[in-house]
Design a protein around this ligand. Structure first.
Ligand code: M6R
Length: 627
């Protein structure tokens, strides 16, 4: 949810922690943009600036206060935060950093401190007045209380550890104190924190984008780990102070991958990166006639034992899971259940050692999906993660992982990660089919070949951008929009509706086309735009003819139809107000193509509605690390 950054540089070199911290915050803003704040830690003094709204508001305020050139902000250590509000409104007071009652300690926090009410009462009983409505502020006061008196008095490290041991919930916390301005102490439980190891400088970030401009050397922290950083060292331990090891790794994507590369938004750049995302996700997974998973900690024997598959995921990842159900049931003849992750563990699903749970998550941090994984493991199920973020929590807690190689996705609305998830889910299906012998090797090879043709076909679909721009202009203002599909077109309809809601803030619904006459058809009125995803006329003809009938039904009631159909499918032309043609593909692979026009459409309509910042839709955050 929130983005966290920390920096310790060399005071003798006069580095500006403020400039480095603000730059890092800009890269973390996609994680939360309700407010932003930064604290520069100087000997005996904290300089804190925080402001509600996007980072730009904070930058304006700092500029008004003299900016990076003023001596007021001089300092070589800072912590910063971009917020996605959980407890307390997004206003200046609730923005982080939070400062202790004595003005000497500052903290930033991502996650939720579940026992904050109890801690708050204790702090108030000590005569301290809390100023914000957040759960986070307690951590600053607890640190100061521990540092000022009692067994940890005067010991910053012991004080921070004592605070961490008292907290319940999910959190990443960065602690600073004016008595030790060259040091940051940070602890994490179930939310992310990565160390960036520079040359005479040390970084902390919710993800590597925070410091990729400065170093590619990173260290991942384990669960319930603490790190103490100075400009030239980092030391990892657990909450009791027992030394622990981080996992060093080298970041394999560069700054350019996180920049807009000439596009006016990250989302648009990421839409155009989809051919590469699919190509990279498929690469290396079909070698010498065999499907290969990444970190295959499940043997073929394990896959043969599976008698049921559950897919758990949220949002777009859930839609990719719906597609996995169609593919796996068809190729492997195994029952597949797909469940929104936030519902999974509360429903008491029937799981055992023979159940394979596939957890799909771009970030690998989504709290609902992580908790579903944990629940599945307590029930003895095997868990396979499909994830885009190397070393994140969900793959770490899973038995096996298949990485989608979509590269960093910064736009909050998922595009390339979603397509890569579909491809990865299909690789899982093919791996199961191979292990269980439900498909002949040449059939698997043929499906893989068709998958490998998809990137070139997506390139052609990208050519529809101009046509979709005109379509959106012609549509004009719209109050609502419906999306219809059958079979694999149904998850595409759901994804199209989600994109429009997220980006344009317009009400939208996706339905199975056959369900229309069981209720939703009552919504159809003159000029209502309805998107229909039409399956290939080849292969499953019955699907095609049924949906052509559905288009006629809605046209007869005055709807404006936006039809996505295969090139050369003349049968739909008479009923389409707008026809968007995509290349032919196998039935199951069509979503990899039919989703793309809907991404463009939502972006274009969003712009028309005045949402110029499609990378950061209101109220949303990229990684949802709270349940
Ligand atoms: O990181 P994850 O894939 O676990 O995220 C899941 C959803 O939060 C995510 O797909 C969300 O729905 C996107 N904003 C959709 O565009």
């Amino acid at each position: 949810m929130c983005g966290i950054v920390g920096y310790v540089g060399d005071a003798a070199r006069n580095v500006s922690a403020l400039d480095i911290g603000l730059d890092a915050l800009a890269r973390m803003e996609y994680r939360g943009y309700d407010s932003a704040g930064i604290a520069v830690v100087r000997p005996g003094e904290l300089v804190v600036e925080k402001k509600a709204g996007k980072l730009a508001n904070l930058l304006d305020q700092i500029a008004a206060d003299g900016g990076g050139d003023s001596s007021r902000f001089a300092g070589s250590t800072c912590i910063g935060h971009t917020r996605w509000a959980t407890h307390g409104r997004p206003n200046d007071v609730n923005a982080h950093p939070h400062v202790s009652f004595d003005g000497k300690a500052a903290i930033v926090h991502n996650g939720i401190i579940e026992n904050f009410a109890e801690l708050r009462a204790e702090i108030e009983a000590a005569g301290i007045e809390l100023t914000s409505e957040t759960d986070s502020e307690v951590a600053a006061h607890l640190l100061a209380l521990a540092y000022n008196a009692g067994p940890t008095a005067g010991d910053f490290e012991a004080s921070a550890l004592s605070v961490l041991r008292r907290l319940e919930g999910a959190f990443t916390l960065l602690f600073t104190h004016v008595d030790e301005p060259g040091k940051i102490i940070a602890g994490r439980r179930s939310t992310p924190l990565i160390i960036g190891v520079g040359d005479d400088e040390m970084f902390l970030g919710s993800d590597v984008a925070a410091f990729i401009a400065h170093t590619r050397q990173a260290v991942e922290l384990g669960q319930d780990n603490v790190v103490v950083i100075t400009r030239d060292s980092y030391r990892v331990m657990d909450f009791d102070g027992t030394p622990a090891e981080g996992r060093p790794f080298t970041i394999d994507w560069d700054l350019a991958a996180a920049e807009k590369g000439g596009f006016d938004s990250f989302m648009m750049k990421e839409i155009f990166e989809q051919p590469a995302a699919i190509r990279d996700t498929l690469a290396g997974h079909f070698v010498d006639g065999r499907v290969i998973l990444d970190e295959q900690r499940l043997s073929d024997d394990d896959l043969r034992q599976v008698d049921k598959v559950f897919v758990v995921a949220c949002g777009s990842a859930y839609h990719s899971g719906l597609l996995a159900k169609y593919a796996i049931e068809h190729w492997v003849r195994l029952p597949v259940e797909i469940e929104v992750a936030s519902e999974f563990r509360y429903r008491d699903p029937v799981l055992d050692k023979q159940t394979l749970v596939v957890a799909v998550s771009q970030s690998g941090e989504t709290a609902d999906t992580l908790e579903a994984v944990r629940h599945a493991k307590t029930q003895g199920a095997r868990v396979l993660a499909v994830c885009n973020t190397n070393g994140s929590q969900i793959p770490r807690e899973s038995d096996a992982v298949l990485y989608t190689h979509a590269g960093p996705e910064i736009g909050v609305a998922s595009t390339k990660a979603f397509l890569a998830q579909i491809a990865a889910n299909y690789i899982v299906g093919l791996a199961l089919a191979q292990a269980r012998g439900t498909k002949y090797p040449d059939e698997i090879e043929s499906i893989f070949d068709q998958l490998e043709e998809i990137p070139a076909k997506i390139e052609r679909v990208l050519g529809l951008k101009g046509q979709i721009h005109e379509l959106a202009e012609e549509l004009g203002p719209i109050p609502t929009m419906l999306f219809l599909g059958r079979h694999v077109g149904y998850p595409v309809a759901l994804e199209g509706a989600l994109k429009l809601k997220e980006l344009a803030y317009i009400h939208a619904e996706g339905f199975p086309a056959g369900e229309l006459k069981h209720g939703p058809i009552a919504l159809i009125e003159e000029d209502l735009p309805v998107v229909v995803v039409v399956p290939s006329p080849q292969g499953r003809e019955i699907l095609h003819s049924k949906i052509v009938t559905n288009i006629q039904e809605i046209r007869a009631r005055g709807a404006r139809t936006i039809v996505i159909a295969e090139e050369g499918d003349e049968s739909v032309r008479p009923y389409a107000n707008f026809l968007l043609e995509i290349p032919a593909s196998g039935t199951l692979l069509q979503p990899l193509l039919s989703t793309v026009p809907l991404q463009f459409l939502s972006a274009e309509i969003a712009r028309q509605c005045g949402n110029t910042d499609i990378d950061k839709p209101r109220n949303l955050a990229k990684s949802v690390t709270v349940e």
